[in-house]
Design a protein around this ligand. Structure first.
Ligand code: CA
Length: 225
């Protein structure tokens, strides 16, 4: 799970990132509203924890702009007790939930679990499919309807195939793939992406599907028929 934390109080943000890491979340930290918006627009996060009182651009404006750009990442607003009106405005502006500071870590984790579960429920159908291939939720197999063959995918292959299927027919850049699969804070390079793309191509060939991963020169990859 990848999270974005937009919070200007450095000590608080660092402590929160550390404890989120222990809960196995990969968290990027943006220290003001403008940075938060830039990060959020990359659309690589499973959820965003967004403080309201922020330098440069407040959290509610960040939220509004994200929703205007059709970024539907679940947003958990952090509010102070005195910001009750903001809370209401926030929910009206497209926030999914809010938490009043100070809060207990366990409560944050519970809210995050609920938010990301809700997202998975709506965004992941039972079956993720494109043309004659599909993956079933909770299974690591890739199936082909035409040949009746199936192939198991390992962790990174699975994540990459899922990402390609969700964006079938669209070009995905190598940078987007690295961010989505390996995270910002990573040593992964373009080579890693190419290696996994070649693994997936071999599996698609084995499946005898009409679907292939096309390389778009200088731009990235596209799942196509
Ligand atoms: Ca703040």
């Amino acid at each position: 799970m990848r999270l974005l934390l937009v919070e200007d109080e450095e000590g608080f943000a660092e402590a929160l990132c550390t404890s989120l890491k222990m809960e196995h979340y990969i968290t990027d930290w943006a220290k003001d509203g403008e940075e938060g918006l830039t990060f959020g627009l990359s659309d690589v996060y499973d959820a965003i924890i967004l403080d309201i009182m922020l330098p440069k651009m407040n959290g509610l404006d960040v939220l509004r702009k994200l929703r205007e750009q059709n970024i539907q990442t679940p947003v958990l607003l952090l509010t102070a007790k005195s910001e009750l009106n903001d809370k209401i405005t926030g929910l009206d502006s497209g926030a999914d939930d809010y938490l009043t500071k100070p809060f207990h870590r366990e409560e944050l984790y519970a809210r995050l679990r609920a938010l990301t579960r809700r997202q998975t429920d709506t965004a992941t159908p039972q079956q993720l499919s494109y043309s004659d291939i599909y993956m079933l939720q909770g299974s690591n197999e890739l199936y082909c309807k035409t040949s009746g063959n199936s192939m198991p995918l390992n962790g990174k292959e699975y994540q990459l195939m899922e990402y390609l299927l969700r964006n079938a027919g669209q070009i995905i850049s190598r940078e987007q793939i690295i961010e989505k699969i390996w995270g910002y804070d990573t040593d992964a390079e373009y080579n890693n992406v190419e290696v996994y793309i070649s693994f997936l191509r071999k599996k698609l060939t084995f499946l005898k599907t009409t679907v292939s991963i096309q390389t778009i020169r200088k731009l990235g990859y596209k799942l196509t028929e």
